[in-house]
Design a protein around this ligand. Structure first.
Ligand code: PLP
Length: 235
């Protein structure tokens, strides 16, 4: 398989960081308030380790199986791993061993299973609630109207630390439509933050991907999830 040169990877990481800083500055934010999460699905462990050496300290994987295949080879010193894909209950046990955060909490059944596995493993895990802001029937995630009720029912899962909201926008929208959804997500985030509870302290807003992360930063994203712009071999 063709490989990404480390020099090219360095250039791309710099470019993405530069764009994040520029978008943050434009909207009066600090670039330090936005974390870059490198989405490493389809990326071999060797390239992930090269990215780690270039300062990437947070990665996201969307499938338990591919994470499992690479996990043993990753230079994990200082590397934080988030799970960002739809998680099936029967993979929860394996994922909580490898990831420190599940960004894709999208059902009570999954919350209950994560809780059960955390109790068994005597640990806690961070979780973000995935919000289907565009009400896209092909996407998982909680409807914006159902979010408050969903959060209320997460209170009993004491081994889950509910730290953030995550969203994936519908594909193929105009810039303006993207911005509307990002702005709606930010409103939800601000509203929810006003009412903190014991295990629920929402302080992360994970939104923005390769094509729209600058708009997401403009609307308050605290974590952008970038795959293609960093790792694509076609450019
Ligand atoms: C693949 C993926 C991304 C990254 O998308 P790019 O357009 O390649 O930057 C972000 N979030 C999730 C949940 C993904 O599955």
């Amino acid at each position: 398989m063709e490989k990404l040169l480390s020099s090219e990877l360095e250039t791309r990481i710099k470019a993405v960081r530069y764009n994040i800083a520029a978008a943050a500055a434009k909207s009066g934010r600090e670039s330090a308030d936005v974390r870059l999460l490198a989405v490493t699905k389809h990326v071999p462990a060797e390239t992930i380790n090269a990215a780690r050496a270039l300062g990437i300290d947070l990665i996201g994987e969307n499938r338990e199986q591919s994470l499992g295949e690479k996990y043993g080879e990753l230079e994990r010193c200082g590397l934080e791993i988030h799970f960002i894909g739809h998680l099936q209950k029967n993979k929860a046990k394996s994922v909580i061993k490898m990831a420190s955060c599940v960004q894709s909490l999208d059902s009570i059944a999954l919350a209950a299973e994560l809780e059960r596995q955390c109790v068994a493993a005597d640990k806690s895990i961070s979780a973000f609630i995935e919000v289907n802001i565009g009400k896209d029937p092909n996407k998982s995630g909680i409807d914006p109207e159902a979010l408050a009720g969903f959060i209320e029912s997460l209170r009993e899962y004491r081994h889950l630390s509910i730290d953030g909201l995550m969203t994936i926008l519908p594909f193929g929208l105009s810039d303006l439509q993207n911005e509307r959804y990002f702005s709606k997500m930010h409103e939800l985030y601000v509203d929810i933050r006003a009412e903190n509870r014991d295990n629920i302290d929402i302080h992360e807003l994970s939104m923005g991907m390769s094509l729209d992360y600058m708009q997401a930063v403009k609307h308050g994203s605290t974590i952008v999830r970038i795959g293609t712009a960093l790792f694509s071999l076609q450019r």
